[in-house]
Structures are given as C-alpha cells and as structure tokens.
Write a protein that binds this ligand. Sequence first.
Ligand code: HEC
Length: 142
Amino acid sequence: MQIRQILLYGIIVFSFILLIGGFWYRTLPDLEIGKRLVDNSCAVCHDLTAEKKHERGPYLWGIYNRPAGSSGFNYSEAFLAKLERGSFIWDDENLEKFITDPKKFIPRTAMGKHDAKHPTAFTGIVSSSNREDVLAYLKTLR
Ligand code: HEC
C-alpha cells in the first residue's frame, strides 16, 4: 500500500469514529440544558428548592417517582378526577406524557390554564430531546 492510500484510509476511519461518537454523545441527556429549560418553563409556577413551597403549582422537590397529588397542594378538580380513575407515580413515562401535553394527559388541568398573573400557561415541550433534558434535571431535585 502506498503512503497516500494509508493516509486516506486513516482519515476515513477517523472521521467515521468522530461521526458515531457525535451521535452517541447527543443521545445523552444534557443537564445544563435541562436546568435552563426548567428555570425558564417551570419555575414561574413551581418552587424547585428543598423549601417545598406551594406557588401557582405544587413544589417539584423530589418529584421523580413521587405519587401524583401527594404534596398537599390544592389540586384542581380535573387533577383529582384523574387520580380517582387510578393513582399513579411521576415516573419517566408519566412525566414525559405530562410535559409533552399537560391537557392531553389530564384534561382541563390547572397547569394549562391562563390567568392574569401568569398569562403564559404551560402548553408542553415539543422537542423530545428537550423533554429528555428536562426529565434528567428533574431527577436531580432531591
Ligand atoms: C402556568 C403555570 C405552570 C407552569 C409553567 C408549569 N406548571 Fe406544573 N403545575 C401547575 C399547576 C397549577 C399544577 C397543579 C395542576 C392541577 O391541580 O390541575 C401543576 C402540577 C404539576 C405536576 C404534578 C405534581 C404533583 O404534585 O402531583 C407536575 C409533575 C408538574 N406540574 C410539572 C411541571 C414541569 C416539569 C413544568 C415545566 C416543564 C411545569 N410543571 C410547568 C402549573 C404550572
């Protein structure tokens, strides 16, 4: 083999490794992006600290694997009706569904409601990779 051929193959193999590595890296959730998203999209209504204060919504400290509706918050009728049909915990699957489209998971939930104090009601996170980042960050709130 000539030296130029060896170099060429080397470059091809190296680029391939970079490409695969890049894809693999992007499939890991990004905690920093998750924190920024949660600060921007959830913190207007939810306390994220260990102080566990109810604000417009229930506190989210320890939310991962917490039984739904267990924080002592004054939940909406819509939320309580969902619980009556079956209690559940906030695991990956349920959190994912709720933050994708809260009103689809719990019809008429107060989380999707506009009011004068919070004109920007939460309507869901469209990007699945952003949702993964949000979930990864929520798990650190403990
Ligand atoms: C506009 C205000 C608002 C925003 C923004 C908002 N929420 Fe909520 N959230 C609420 C309200 C109000 C409730 C109570 C729902 C009810 O009673 O129907 C709630 C309930 C919840 C619950 C149920 C908790 C429990 O105790 O069972 C979870 C989980 C939750 N929100 C997560 C989030 C996440 C994650 C975000 C950001 C991606 C977010 N929320 C953004 C207002 C909001």
